[in-house]
Write a protein that binds this ligand. Structure first.
Ligand SMILES: [Zn+2]
Length: 583
Protein backbone atom coordinates (compact mmCIF):
# COMPACT_ATOMS: atom_id res chain seq x y z
CA UNK A 1 0.00 0.00 0.00
CA UNK A 2 0.98 3.61 -0.51
CA UNK A 3 0.91 6.09 2.30
CA UNK A 4 -0.48 9.36 1.08
CA UNK A 5 -0.48 12.42 3.25
CA UNK A 6 -4.23 12.76 2.81
CA UNK A 7 -5.14 9.13 3.58
CA UNK A 8 -7.90 9.37 6.21
CA UNK A 9 -6.91 6.17 8.02
CA UNK A 10 -3.55 7.76 8.69
CA UNK A 11 -5.01 10.85 10.36
CA UNK A 12 -4.22 10.08 13.97
CA UNK A 13 -5.26 12.88 16.25
CA UNK A 14 -4.51 15.96 14.24
CA UNK A 15 -6.54 19.08 13.54
CA UNK A 16 -10.21 19.33 14.40
CA UNK A 17 -10.47 15.55 14.69
CA UNK A 18 -7.66 15.61 17.18
CA UNK A 19 -9.37 18.16 19.35
CA UNK A 20 -12.59 16.16 19.19
CA UNK A 21 -10.71 13.01 20.20
CA UNK A 22 -9.26 14.88 23.12
CA UNK A 23 -12.56 16.16 24.50
CA UNK A 24 -14.32 12.86 23.82
CA UNK A 25 -11.61 10.90 25.53
CA UNK A 26 -11.88 13.32 28.45
CA UNK A 27 -15.47 12.25 28.95
CA UNK A 28 -14.83 8.62 28.10
CA UNK A 29 -12.48 8.47 31.03
CA UNK A 30 -15.52 9.01 33.24
CA UNK A 31 -17.77 6.63 31.41
CA UNK A 32 -15.58 3.53 31.40
CA UNK A 33 -15.12 0.89 34.04
CA UNK A 34 -16.71 0.35 37.41
CA UNK A 35 -17.37 4.03 38.11
CA UNK A 36 -19.19 4.51 34.80
CA UNK A 37 -22.67 3.58 36.00
CA UNK A 38 -22.48 5.69 39.13
CA UNK A 39 -21.03 8.62 37.24
CA UNK A 40 -23.71 8.46 34.57
CA UNK A 41 -26.44 8.49 37.25
CA UNK A 42 -24.82 11.46 38.97
CA UNK A 43 -24.73 13.34 35.69
CA UNK A 44 -28.34 12.49 34.85
CA UNK A 45 -29.33 13.67 38.30
CA UNK A 46 -27.34 16.84 37.84
CA UNK A 47 -28.93 17.37 34.46
CA UNK A 48 -32.43 16.97 35.95
CA UNK A 49 -31.74 19.47 38.70
CA UNK A 50 -30.34 21.92 36.15
CA UNK A 51 -33.52 21.58 34.12
CA UNK A 52 -35.71 22.04 37.19
CA UNK A 53 -34.04 25.21 38.34
CA UNK A 54 -33.55 26.84 34.99
CA UNK A 55 -37.04 27.12 33.58
CA UNK A 56 -36.87 30.87 33.92
CA UNK A 57 -33.72 31.25 31.76
CA UNK A 58 -33.57 31.26 27.97
CA UNK A 59 -32.36 27.99 26.24
CA UNK A 60 -28.86 29.31 25.45
CA UNK A 61 -28.24 30.31 29.04
CA UNK A 62 -29.68 26.99 30.21
CA UNK A 63 -27.21 25.12 28.01
CA UNK A 64 -24.26 27.19 29.22
CA UNK A 65 -25.31 26.64 32.80
CA UNK A 66 -25.59 22.88 32.26
CA UNK A 67 -22.10 22.66 30.76
CA UNK A 68 -20.66 24.72 33.60
CA UNK A 69 -22.39 22.51 36.15
CA UNK A 70 -21.12 19.34 34.48
CA UNK A 71 -17.60 20.68 34.43
CA UNK A 72 -17.65 21.62 38.09
CA UNK A 73 -18.70 18.11 39.10
CA UNK A 74 -16.36 16.41 36.61
CA UNK A 75 -13.11 18.31 37.09
CA UNK A 76 -12.37 17.40 40.72
CA UNK A 77 -13.17 13.74 39.99
CA UNK A 78 -10.90 13.80 36.92
CA UNK A 79 -8.08 15.30 38.98
CA UNK A 80 -8.39 12.67 41.66
CA UNK A 81 -8.61 9.72 39.30
CA UNK A 82 -5.46 10.21 37.25
CA UNK A 83 -2.02 11.16 38.57
CA UNK A 84 0.27 13.29 36.39
CA UNK A 85 2.69 11.87 33.83
CA UNK A 86 5.63 11.93 36.18
CA UNK A 87 3.78 10.07 38.89
CA UNK A 88 2.56 7.50 36.35
CA UNK A 89 6.13 7.05 35.12
CA UNK A 90 7.33 6.40 38.67
CA UNK A 91 4.61 3.79 39.06
CA UNK A 92 5.59 2.21 35.71
CA UNK A 93 9.25 1.99 36.70
CA UNK A 94 8.49 0.28 39.98
CA UNK A 95 5.98 -2.04 38.30
CA UNK A 96 8.65 -3.14 35.75
CA UNK A 97 11.06 -3.70 38.63
CA UNK A 98 8.40 -5.75 40.38
CA UNK A 99 8.31 -8.01 37.33
CA UNK A 100 12.02 -8.76 37.13
CA UNK A 101 11.50 -12.49 37.75
CA UNK A 102 8.77 -12.56 35.09
CA UNK A 103 11.09 -10.82 32.59
CA UNK A 104 13.99 -13.15 33.45
CA UNK A 105 11.79 -16.22 32.94
CA UNK A 106 10.62 -14.99 29.54
CA UNK A 107 14.21 -14.29 28.46
CA UNK A 108 15.34 -17.77 29.55
CA UNK A 109 12.29 -19.62 28.24
CA UNK A 110 12.56 -18.21 24.71
CA UNK A 111 16.34 -18.73 24.74
CA UNK A 112 15.70 -22.42 25.43
CA UNK A 113 13.20 -22.74 22.53
CA UNK A 114 15.79 -21.59 19.95
CA UNK A 115 13.50 -21.52 16.93
CA UNK A 116 14.48 -20.45 13.43
CA UNK A 117 12.56 -17.97 11.28
CA UNK A 118 9.00 -18.99 10.30
CA UNK A 119 9.24 -21.97 12.73
CA UNK A 120 8.69 -20.00 15.95
CA UNK A 121 5.79 -22.27 17.00
CA UNK A 122 6.68 -22.91 20.66
CA UNK A 123 7.81 -19.32 21.16
CA UNK A 124 4.63 -17.86 19.67
CA UNK A 125 2.44 -20.24 21.68
CA UNK A 126 4.27 -19.20 24.84
CA UNK A 127 4.21 -15.43 24.28
CA UNK A 128 0.58 -15.29 23.07
CA UNK A 129 -0.42 -17.47 26.05
CA UNK A 130 1.01 -14.89 28.45
CA UNK A 131 -0.68 -12.02 26.62
CA UNK A 132 -4.05 -13.78 26.56
CA UNK A 133 -3.86 -14.60 30.24
CA UNK A 134 -3.33 -10.89 30.85
CA UNK A 135 -6.35 -9.63 29.00
CA UNK A 136 -4.97 -9.15 25.48
CA UNK A 137 -7.03 -10.34 22.53
CA UNK A 138 -4.81 -12.42 20.24
CA UNK A 139 -5.31 -12.91 16.53
CA UNK A 140 -3.08 -15.71 15.21
CA UNK A 141 -1.79 -16.52 11.74
CA UNK A 142 -1.95 -12.90 10.55
CA UNK A 143 -0.59 -11.92 7.11
CA UNK A 144 -0.78 -15.62 6.04
CA UNK A 145 2.10 -16.46 8.39
CA UNK A 146 1.29 -19.34 10.78
CA UNK A 147 3.65 -18.18 13.57
CA UNK A 148 2.68 -14.50 13.32
CA UNK A 149 0.07 -12.87 15.57
CA UNK A 150 -1.17 -9.56 16.84
CA UNK A 151 -2.25 -9.00 20.45
CA UNK A 152 -4.53 -6.08 21.31
CA UNK A 153 -5.62 -4.44 24.54
CA UNK A 154 -7.84 -1.42 25.12
CA UNK A 155 -9.76 0.73 22.67
CA UNK A 156 -9.64 4.02 20.85
CA UNK A 157 -6.77 6.40 20.14
CA UNK A 158 -3.89 6.55 20.33
CA UNK A 159 -2.85 3.12 19.09
CA UNK A 160 0.65 2.22 20.27
CA UNK A 161 2.29 -0.84 18.69
CA UNK A 162 5.26 -2.75 20.10
CA UNK A 163 7.35 -5.01 17.92
CA UNK A 164 10.45 -7.16 18.49
CA UNK A 165 11.99 -10.18 16.79
CA UNK A 166 11.56 -13.82 17.86
CA UNK A 167 13.72 -15.99 15.63
CA UNK A 168 17.21 -17.37 16.18
CA UNK A 169 20.35 -18.17 14.16
CA UNK A 170 21.36 -21.47 12.51
CA UNK A 171 24.25 -23.33 14.21
CA UNK A 172 24.52 -20.76 17.04
CA UNK A 173 23.74 -23.09 19.98
CA UNK A 174 25.71 -21.91 23.02
CA UNK A 175 25.70 -22.42 26.79
CA UNK A 176 24.80 -19.11 28.45
CA UNK A 177 27.33 -17.70 30.89
CA UNK A 178 30.25 -19.55 29.31
CA UNK A 179 32.88 -17.25 27.78
CA UNK A 180 34.03 -19.59 25.00
CA UNK A 181 32.41 -21.70 22.30
CA UNK A 182 30.52 -24.48 24.07
CA UNK A 183 27.25 -25.47 22.37
CA UNK A 184 24.29 -26.91 24.27
CA UNK A 185 23.63 -29.06 21.18
CA UNK A 186 26.33 -29.30 18.51
CA UNK A 187 25.20 -27.73 15.22
CA UNK A 188 21.77 -26.75 16.55
CA UNK A 189 20.11 -23.35 16.14
CA UNK A 190 20.60 -20.89 18.99
CA UNK A 191 19.88 -17.32 20.01
CA UNK A 192 23.14 -15.97 18.59
CA UNK A 193 21.59 -12.55 18.10
CA UNK A 194 19.60 -12.23 21.31
CA UNK A 195 16.11 -12.09 19.81
CA UNK A 196 14.98 -14.13 22.84
CA UNK A 197 15.02 -10.91 24.90
CA UNK A 198 12.81 -8.69 22.71
CA UNK A 199 9.45 -10.20 23.67
CA UNK A 200 10.40 -10.06 27.35
CA UNK A 201 11.07 -6.32 26.94
CA UNK A 202 7.86 -5.51 25.05
CA UNK A 203 5.51 -7.85 26.92
CA UNK A 204 6.73 -6.65 30.33
CA UNK A 205 6.14 -3.05 29.24
CA UNK A 206 2.74 -3.88 27.75
CA UNK A 207 1.51 -5.66 30.90
CA UNK A 208 2.61 -2.77 33.11
CA UNK A 209 0.87 -0.28 30.79
CA UNK A 210 -2.28 -2.38 30.73
CA UNK A 211 -2.42 -2.26 34.53
CA UNK A 212 -2.01 1.51 34.62
CA UNK A 213 -4.53 2.06 31.82
CA UNK A 214 -7.06 -0.06 33.65
CA UNK A 215 -6.44 1.51 37.02
CA UNK A 216 -6.63 5.11 35.81
CA UNK A 217 -9.01 4.64 32.87
CA UNK A 218 -6.45 5.86 30.37
CA UNK A 219 -7.92 5.56 26.88
CA UNK A 220 -5.93 4.06 24.02
CA UNK A 221 -4.98 0.79 22.42
CA UNK A 222 -1.87 -1.35 22.86
CA UNK A 223 -0.76 -3.76 20.16
CA UNK A 224 2.06 -6.29 20.47
CA UNK A 225 3.51 -8.03 17.41
CA UNK A 226 6.41 -10.42 16.85
CA UNK A 227 9.15 -9.91 14.29
CA UNK A 228 8.81 -13.32 12.66
CA UNK A 229 11.75 -14.52 10.53
CA UNK A 230 13.64 -11.23 10.86
CA UNK A 231 16.85 -13.07 9.98
CA UNK A 232 15.28 -13.75 6.58
CA UNK A 233 13.87 -10.20 6.30
CA UNK A 234 10.78 -12.24 5.72
CA UNK A 235 7.63 -10.65 7.11
CA UNK A 236 7.30 -6.91 7.66
CA UNK A 237 6.39 -6.05 4.07
CA UNK A 238 3.66 -8.70 4.35
CA UNK A 239 2.50 -7.21 7.68
CA UNK A 240 2.17 -3.82 5.99
CA UNK A 241 0.37 -5.39 3.01
CA UNK A 242 -2.07 -7.09 5.43
CA UNK A 243 -2.87 -3.67 6.92
CA UNK A 244 -1.58 -4.47 10.42
CA UNK A 245 -0.32 -0.88 10.84
CA UNK A 246 -3.24 0.85 9.14
CA UNK A 247 -4.61 2.45 12.30
CA UNK A 248 -1.39 2.50 14.36
CA UNK A 249 -0.27 5.92 15.63
CA UNK A 250 3.15 5.18 17.10
CA UNK A 251 5.42 2.14 16.71
CA UNK A 252 7.91 1.34 19.46
CA UNK A 253 10.28 -1.36 18.22
CA UNK A 254 13.03 -2.81 20.38
CA UNK A 255 16.20 -4.69 19.50
CA UNK A 256 18.94 -6.24 21.61
CA UNK A 257 22.27 -4.40 21.64
CA UNK A 258 25.20 -3.83 23.96
CA UNK A 259 24.02 -0.27 24.60
CA UNK A 260 20.96 1.76 25.60
CA UNK A 261 20.04 4.24 22.91
CA UNK A 262 17.85 5.21 20.00
CA UNK A 263 18.17 6.94 16.63
CA UNK A 264 16.25 8.91 14.03
CA UNK A 265 16.28 9.63 10.31
CA UNK A 266 17.79 7.53 7.55
CA UNK A 267 21.38 6.57 8.15
CA UNK A 268 23.50 4.80 5.58
CA UNK A 269 23.04 1.58 7.51
CA UNK A 270 21.07 -0.56 7.64
CA UNK A 271 20.40 -0.70 3.94
CA UNK A 272 17.30 -1.94 2.18
CA UNK A 273 17.25 -5.10 0.13
CA UNK A 274 15.50 -7.74 -1.91
CA UNK A 275 16.37 -11.35 -1.06
CA UNK A 276 15.39 -13.55 -4.00
CA UNK A 277 15.98 -17.08 -5.22
CA UNK A 278 16.25 -17.90 -8.95
CA UNK A 279 15.23 -21.44 -9.84
CA UNK A 280 16.45 -22.51 -13.29
CA UNK A 281 14.75 -25.38 -15.11
CA UNK A 282 16.51 -27.35 -17.88
CA UNK A 283 16.43 -30.90 -19.22
CA UNK A 284 18.20 -33.92 -17.75
CA UNK A 285 20.25 -36.31 -19.89
CA UNK A 286 23.24 -38.65 -19.60
CA UNK A 287 26.16 -36.25 -19.37
CA UNK A 288 28.43 -38.55 -21.44
CA UNK A 289 26.10 -40.54 -23.70
CA UNK A 290 23.64 -37.81 -24.73
CA UNK A 291 24.85 -34.40 -23.51
CA UNK A 292 23.29 -32.77 -26.61
CA UNK A 293 19.85 -33.78 -25.36
CA UNK A 294 20.39 -32.00 -22.04
CA UNK A 295 19.86 -28.36 -21.03
CA UNK A 296 21.88 -27.55 -17.92
CA UNK A 297 20.17 -25.44 -15.26
CA UNK A 298 23.54 -25.24 -13.49
CA UNK A 299 25.05 -23.58 -16.59
CA UNK A 300 22.39 -20.90 -16.24
CA UNK A 301 23.27 -20.35 -12.57
CA UNK A 302 26.96 -20.05 -13.36
CA UNK A 303 26.41 -17.70 -16.31
CA UNK A 304 24.13 -15.48 -14.24
CA UNK A 305 26.75 -15.32 -11.48
CA UNK A 306 29.53 -14.58 -13.97
CA UNK A 307 27.48 -11.84 -15.58
CA UNK A 308 26.75 -10.34 -12.18
CA UNK A 309 30.38 -10.41 -11.12
CA UNK A 310 31.44 -8.57 -14.30
CA UNK A 311 28.65 -6.05 -13.80
CA UNK A 312 29.73 -5.46 -10.20
CA UNK A 313 32.61 -3.22 -11.34
CA UNK A 314 30.09 -0.80 -12.84
CA UNK A 315 27.72 -0.57 -9.91
CA UNK A 316 27.52 2.17 -7.28
CA UNK A 317 29.90 1.82 -4.35
CA UNK A 318 26.93 1.86 -1.96
CA UNK A 319 25.52 -1.44 -3.24
CA UNK A 320 26.16 -4.75 -1.55
CA UNK A 321 25.20 -7.93 -3.41
CA UNK A 322 25.99 -11.54 -2.62
CA UNK A 323 24.77 -15.00 -3.56
CA UNK A 324 24.95 -18.66 -2.60
CA UNK A 325 24.20 -21.58 -4.91
CA UNK A 326 21.49 -23.49 -3.09
CA UNK A 327 21.08 -26.22 -5.70
CA UNK A 328 23.88 -27.19 -8.05
CA UNK A 329 22.47 -30.46 -9.35
CA UNK A 330 22.68 -34.08 -8.18
CA UNK A 331 25.84 -35.73 -9.58
CA UNK A 332 28.20 -35.01 -12.50
CA UNK A 333 26.97 -37.69 -14.90
CA UNK A 334 23.46 -36.21 -14.93
CA UNK A 335 22.95 -32.91 -16.75
CA UNK A 336 21.25 -30.89 -13.99
CA UNK A 337 17.63 -30.19 -14.88
CA UNK A 338 17.21 -28.10 -11.73
CA UNK A 339 19.60 -25.57 -10.17
CA UNK A 340 19.08 -22.50 -8.04
CA UNK A 341 20.93 -19.46 -6.74
CA UNK A 342 19.95 -17.11 -3.90
CA UNK A 343 20.80 -13.40 -4.20
CA UNK A 344 20.71 -10.44 -1.80
CA UNK A 345 20.51 -7.08 -3.58
CA UNK A 346 21.21 -4.28 -1.09
CA UNK A 347 21.11 -0.53 -1.71
CA UNK A 348 20.35 2.74 0.03
CA UNK A 349 16.87 3.66 -1.15
CA UNK A 350 13.85 2.21 -2.89
CA UNK A 351 14.85 3.42 -6.37
CA UNK A 352 18.33 1.95 -6.23
CA UNK A 353 17.16 -1.33 -4.66
CA UNK A 354 14.54 -1.68 -7.39
CA UNK A 355 17.17 -0.96 -10.07
CA UNK A 356 19.53 -3.61 -8.68
CA UNK A 357 16.74 -6.16 -8.42
CA UNK A 358 15.58 -5.47 -12.00
CA UNK A 359 19.18 -5.90 -13.16
CA UNK A 360 19.32 -9.27 -11.39
CA UNK A 361 16.12 -10.35 -13.14
CA UNK A 362 17.61 -9.28 -16.51
CA UNK A 363 20.76 -11.33 -15.82
CA UNK A 364 18.64 -14.37 -14.96
CA UNK A 365 16.61 -14.00 -18.17
CA UNK A 366 19.81 -13.58 -20.18
CA UNK A 367 21.21 -16.78 -18.68
CA UNK A 368 18.11 -18.69 -19.81
CA UNK A 369 18.57 -17.43 -23.38
CA UNK A 370 22.18 -18.61 -23.37
CA UNK A 371 21.30 -22.07 -22.05
CA UNK A 372 17.85 -22.89 -23.39
CA UNK A 373 16.44 -23.08 -19.89
CA UNK A 374 13.64 -21.28 -18.06
CA UNK A 375 13.63 -19.46 -14.75
CA UNK A 376 11.16 -18.85 -11.92
CA UNK A 377 11.89 -16.77 -8.86
CA UNK A 378 10.84 -16.57 -5.25
CA UNK A 379 11.19 -13.45 -3.11
CA UNK A 380 12.29 -14.66 0.33
CA UNK A 381 12.54 -11.29 1.98
CA UNK A 382 12.62 -7.56 1.41
CA UNK A 383 13.32 -4.47 3.45
CA UNK A 384 13.13 -0.73 3.09
CA UNK A 385 16.00 1.14 4.74
CA UNK A 386 14.70 2.36 8.12
CA UNK A 387 13.44 5.91 8.51
CA UNK A 388 12.95 6.63 12.22
CA UNK A 389 11.00 9.49 13.77
CA UNK A 390 12.96 12.35 15.31
CA UNK A 391 9.95 13.41 17.40
CA UNK A 392 9.54 9.94 18.94
CA UNK A 393 13.32 9.46 19.30
CA UNK A 394 13.67 12.70 21.28
CA UNK A 395 10.89 11.64 23.64
CA UNK A 396 12.47 8.19 23.97
CA UNK A 397 15.92 9.66 24.61
CA UNK A 398 14.65 11.55 27.66
CA UNK A 399 13.30 8.27 29.03
CA UNK A 400 16.56 6.49 28.23
CA UNK A 401 18.43 9.08 30.28
CA UNK A 402 15.92 8.75 33.11
CA UNK A 403 16.19 4.94 33.22
CA UNK A 404 19.98 4.77 32.79
CA UNK A 405 22.19 1.69 32.42
CA UNK A 406 21.71 -1.39 34.61
CA UNK A 407 24.00 -1.95 37.59
CA UNK A 408 26.42 -4.61 36.38
CA UNK A 409 27.91 -7.00 38.93
CA UNK A 410 31.55 -8.12 39.01
CA UNK A 411 30.40 -11.46 37.60
CA UNK A 412 28.73 -9.71 34.64
CA UNK A 413 31.87 -7.70 33.87
CA UNK A 414 34.09 -10.80 34.29
CA UNK A 415 32.02 -12.72 31.73
CA UNK A 416 32.03 -9.78 29.30
CA UNK A 417 35.79 -9.21 29.51
CA UNK A 418 36.58 -12.92 29.21
CA UNK A 419 34.45 -13.23 26.06
CA UNK A 420 36.02 -10.10 24.56
CA UNK A 421 39.46 -11.54 25.23
CA UNK A 422 38.42 -14.87 23.70
CA UNK A 423 37.31 -13.00 20.55
CA UNK A 424 40.55 -11.00 20.37
CA UNK A 425 38.73 -7.71 21.02
CA UNK A 426 39.41 -4.90 23.52
CA UNK A 427 38.50 -6.32 26.95
CA UNK A 428 36.70 -3.17 28.14
CA UNK A 429 33.67 -4.97 29.55
CA UNK A 430 30.06 -3.77 29.58
CA UNK A 431 28.99 -0.21 28.87
CA UNK A 432 28.07 1.92 31.86
CA UNK A 433 26.73 5.03 30.11
CA UNK A 434 23.70 5.44 27.88
CA UNK A 435 24.22 6.53 24.27
CA UNK A 436 23.69 10.13 23.20
CA UNK A 437 21.09 10.86 20.54
CA UNK A 438 23.13 11.56 17.42
CA UNK A 439 22.16 12.75 13.94
CA UNK A 440 21.94 10.02 11.27
CA UNK A 441 25.33 8.52 10.45
CA UNK A 442 26.81 9.17 7.00
CA UNK A 443 29.09 6.10 7.36
CA UNK A 444 28.85 4.14 4.10
CA UNK A 445 31.09 1.36 5.34
CA UNK A 446 28.31 -0.12 7.44
CA UNK A 447 25.98 -2.70 5.93
CA UNK A 448 23.17 -5.05 6.90
CA UNK A 449 19.40 -4.71 6.73
CA UNK A 450 16.34 -5.03 8.96
CA UNK A 451 12.83 -5.41 7.62
CA UNK A 452 11.34 -3.11 10.29
CA UNK A 453 12.29 -0.48 7.72
CA UNK A 454 8.99 -1.14 5.95
CA UNK A 455 7.03 -0.30 9.10
CA UNK A 456 8.98 2.91 9.67
CA UNK A 457 7.70 4.23 6.33
CA UNK A 458 4.10 3.59 7.35
CA UNK A 459 3.89 5.15 10.82
CA UNK A 460 6.16 7.19 13.12
CA UNK A 461 8.52 4.61 14.59
CA UNK A 462 11.69 4.25 16.63
CA UNK A 463 13.85 1.25 17.38
CA UNK A 464 15.09 1.11 20.96
CA UNK A 465 18.52 -0.49 21.50
CA UNK A 466 18.54 -2.03 24.96
CA UNK A 467 21.70 -3.27 26.73
CA UNK A 468 21.29 -7.06 26.82
CA UNK A 469 24.55 -8.09 25.13
CA UNK A 470 28.32 -7.72 25.36
CA UNK A 471 30.14 -5.09 23.23
CA UNK A 472 32.39 -6.13 20.27
CA UNK A 473 30.68 -9.47 19.51
CA UNK A 474 30.60 -10.35 15.80
CA UNK A 475 26.80 -10.75 15.51
CA UNK A 476 24.95 -13.81 14.22
CA UNK A 477 27.21 -16.28 16.04
CA UNK A 478 27.58 -18.43 19.17
CA UNK A 479 29.43 -15.51 20.79
CA UNK A 480 26.29 -13.39 20.65
CA UNK A 481 24.43 -16.07 22.60
CA UNK A 482 26.85 -16.11 25.56
CA UNK A 483 25.08 -13.32 27.51
CA UNK A 484 21.55 -14.02 26.33
CA UNK A 485 20.29 -16.05 29.31
CA UNK A 486 22.46 -14.44 32.00
CA UNK A 487 21.92 -11.46 34.34
CA UNK A 488 23.30 -9.24 31.54
CA UNK A 489 20.30 -10.05 29.35
CA UNK A 490 17.89 -10.07 32.32
CA UNK A 491 18.91 -6.62 33.60
CA UNK A 492 19.23 -5.18 30.11
CA UNK A 493 15.70 -6.36 29.26
CA UNK A 494 14.31 -4.80 32.43
CA UNK A 495 15.96 -1.49 31.45
CA UNK A 496 14.48 -1.82 27.96
CA UNK A 497 11.00 -2.54 29.34
CA UNK A 498 11.16 0.61 31.46
CA UNK A 499 12.03 2.81 28.47
CA UNK A 500 9.29 1.21 26.36
CA UNK A 501 6.67 1.75 29.07
CA UNK A 502 7.69 5.36 29.75
CA UNK A 503 7.76 6.27 26.06
CA UNK A 504 4.34 4.71 25.51
CA UNK A 505 2.98 6.71 28.47
CA UNK A 506 4.23 9.96 26.93
CA UNK A 507 2.22 9.28 23.77
CA UNK A 508 -0.81 7.75 25.50
CA UNK A 509 -1.21 10.86 27.60
CA UNK A 510 -0.52 13.50 24.96
CA UNK A 511 -2.57 13.63 21.73
CA UNK A 512 -0.53 16.74 20.91
CA UNK A 513 2.68 14.69 20.88
CA UNK A 514 1.07 12.07 18.62
CA UNK A 515 0.02 14.87 16.27
CA UNK A 516 3.56 16.30 16.25
CA UNK A 517 4.99 12.89 15.37
CA UNK A 518 2.55 12.61 12.45
CA UNK A 519 3.18 16.15 11.23
CA UNK A 520 6.89 15.35 11.17
CA UNK A 521 6.21 12.03 9.48
CA UNK A 522 4.26 13.72 6.66
CA UNK A 523 6.19 16.97 6.34
CA UNK A 524 9.73 15.65 6.76
CA UNK A 525 10.11 11.86 6.87
CA UNK A 526 7.95 11.00 3.85
CA UNK A 527 7.94 14.35 2.07
CA UNK A 528 10.06 13.22 -0.87
CA UNK A 529 9.57 9.45 -0.87
CA UNK A 530 6.44 7.40 -0.32
CA UNK A 531 6.31 3.73 0.52
CA UNK A 532 5.98 1.29 -2.37
CA UNK A 533 6.42 -2.36 -1.41
CA UNK A 534 9.40 -4.23 -2.82
CA UNK A 535 7.30 -7.41 -2.83
CA UNK A 536 5.01 -8.03 -5.77
CA UNK A 537 1.28 -8.73 -5.53
CA UNK A 538 1.90 -12.45 -6.13
CA UNK A 539 4.76 -12.84 -3.65
CA UNK A 540 3.97 -14.91 -0.59
CA UNK A 541 5.81 -15.22 2.74
CA UNK A 542 8.40 -18.04 2.66
CA UNK A 543 6.70 -19.92 5.52
CA UNK A 544 8.15 -23.30 4.54
CA UNK A 545 11.68 -22.03 5.21
CA UNK A 546 13.74 -23.68 7.96
CA UNK A 547 11.12 -26.41 8.45
CA UNK A 548 13.50 -29.31 7.82
CA UNK A 549 16.37 -27.71 9.74
CA UNK A 550 14.06 -27.25 12.72
CA UNK A 551 12.54 -30.74 12.57
CA UNK A 552 16.00 -32.23 12.64
CA UNK A 553 16.85 -30.58 15.98
CA UNK A 554 13.44 -30.39 17.68
CA UNK A 555 13.61 -33.75 19.57
CA UNK A 556 17.02 -32.80 20.98
CA UNK A 557 16.05 -29.17 21.74
CA UNK A 558 12.91 -30.26 23.64
CA UNK A 559 15.10 -31.99 26.25
CA UNK A 560 16.57 -28.60 27.12
CA UNK A 561 13.43 -26.47 27.35
CA UNK A 562 13.60 -24.29 30.46
CA UNK A 563 11.40 -25.37 33.37
CA UNK A 564 10.85 -22.32 35.63
CA UNK A 565 8.85 -24.45 38.09
CA UNK A 566 12.00 -26.42 38.92
CA UNK A 567 14.83 -23.97 38.31
CA UNK A 568 15.34 -20.36 39.28
CA UNK A 569 17.01 -19.66 35.96
CA UNK A 570 18.20 -21.46 32.84
CA UNK A 571 21.88 -21.51 33.85
CA UNK A 572 20.88 -23.35 37.02
CA UNK A 573 18.96 -25.91 34.95
CA UNK A 574 22.02 -26.48 32.74
CA UNK A 575 24.30 -26.66 35.78
CA UNK A 576 26.42 -23.71 34.66
CA UNK A 577 28.56 -21.80 37.14
CA UNK A 578 28.23 -18.04 36.43
CA UNK A 579 30.49 -16.86 34.96
CA UNK A 580 32.45 -19.75 33.44
CA UNK A 581 35.69 -18.37 31.99
CA UNK A 582 39.00 -19.84 30.83
CA UNK A 583 41.60 -19.83 33.59
ZN1 LIG B 1 18.08 -8.83 14.95
Amino acid sequence: MRVEASEPAKQPSGGVMGRMELSLSFFRRHLEGREAGKELKRREGADRSVRATSRVYNPAMRKAFAVLFLLTISLPLFGQSKPDVDDLKKQAISAVEGRQVFTQQMVDQIFSYSELGFQEHETSRYVTGILEKNGFKVERGVAEIPTAWIATYGSGKPVIAFISDLDCIPRASQKPGVAYHDPIIEGAPGHGEGHNTGSAVNVTAALVLRELMEKYKIPGTLKVLPGIAEELLGTKAFYVRAGLFKDVDIVLGSHVEASLGTQYGQSFAPQGLVSVQYMFHGKASHAAMAPWDGRSALDAVELMDTGWNFKREHLRLQQRSHYVIINGGEQPNVVPSEAAVWYYFREMDYGHIRELYDLGNTMAEAATIMTGTTVTRKVVGSAWPPNYSKVVAEVQQRNIERVGMPQWSDADQTLAKALQKELGKPADGLKTKVDELKPPSPDTELGGSDDVGDISWNAPMVYLRYPANIPHTPGHSWADGVAEATPIAHKGSTAGAKVQALTALDFLLSPELVKRAWDYFKDVQTKDAKYTPLIGADDKPAIEFNQQKMEKFLPELRKYYYDPAKYKNYMEQLGIQYPTVKK
